[in-house]
Design a protein around this ligand. Structure first.
Ligand SMILES: [Mn+2]
Length: 258
């Protein structure tokens, strides 16, 4: 049984469709053909590209189909899911700078048609997504950032902490979480500080490989997005970035974990 990972889609539905079919996880009508395989999305379905909600809808349907076949489709919580959920919950509330939460969300790259199509069913699905998952020796998080330690000191507490936030009416608490989610590249850098941070997370939450999305590989490595067709292993092999940067023009890829 294999586990497949797909990085941040950011509304690039056609690429998502192509990756699923090419990998044999779906047929051409986009029905699950992955059997007992596992597919994990890294979060960030929304914003930048036009069809975030469509990406989410397909994933929700495939989750049911895969479960019926004894497989699994699931996703990590990305900051852009937290953003659209914040806009959905607090739409007209005013933030400290006088802008509405909705206008803030548009500035973050929000796509209005995604927002108009979002229902309670989507919001509930997003609200139960885990922020952190450990599959055997692999620790998976959306962001290469340290904010997870603010939510809990073991995997379950981190996920409970995020779920509690997503039930909360405390807007400043949401904004603070979103702000700490804007950190990137906490595990890379020229000195060893980055890899030490990765080691800290791995020793805290378990696992010996930290897998994440959030920072497009072409951005992190300063290379052309068109050339990015595989995951990037760094920090002495302790970290694996699987965000090809589809919104920057990468064709994307499916990473087979095991
Ligand atoms: Mn992200």
């Amino acid at each position: 049984m294999s586990t497949y990972l797909i990085g941040d889609l950011h509304g690039h539905y056609r690429d998502y469709e192509r990756l699923l079919v090419t990998e044999g996880l779906c047929d051409e009508n986009l029905n699950w053909t992955g059997g007992t395989s596992k597919l994990w999305l890294m979060g960030d379905f929304f914003d930048r590209g036009a069809s975030g909600l469509r990406c989410l809808d397909v994933t929700m349907r495939l989750q049911k189909e895969a479960a019926e076949a004894g497989g699994e489709v699931n996703s990590l919580l990305g900051n852009h899911e937290l953003m659209i959920l914040c806009a959905y919950r607090f739409r007209d509330a005013t933030h400290t700078d006088g802008l509405s939460v909705y206008d803030h969300w548009l500035r973050w790259g929000g796509i209005e048609t995604d927002f108009r199509g979002l229902t309670d069913r989507h919001a509930e699905w997003i609200s139960q997504l885990p922020a952190m998952v450990r599959l055997d020796d692999v620790l998976m998080i959306h962001a290469d950032a340290m904010l997870y330690v603010n939510f809990g000191l073991d995997v379950d507490s981190v996920n409970d902490g995020f779920r509690e936030l997503m039930r909360s009416d405390d807007l400043p608490k949401w904004m603070s979480a979103l702000s700490s989610f804007s950190e990137h590249m906490a595990f890379s850098g020229l000195d060893i500080t980055g890899s030490k941070r990765a080691e800290q997370l791995l020793s805290l939450y378990g696992g010996n490989l930290l897998v994440h999305g959030h920072t497009p590989i072409p951005y992190a490595r300063q290379i052309d997005a068109e050339t990015v067709t595989e995951a990037w292993s760094y920090a002495g092999g302790r970290c694996l970035n699987v965000d090809g940067g589809m919104y920057m023009g990468s064709p994307g890829f499916v990473h087979k974990l095991q």
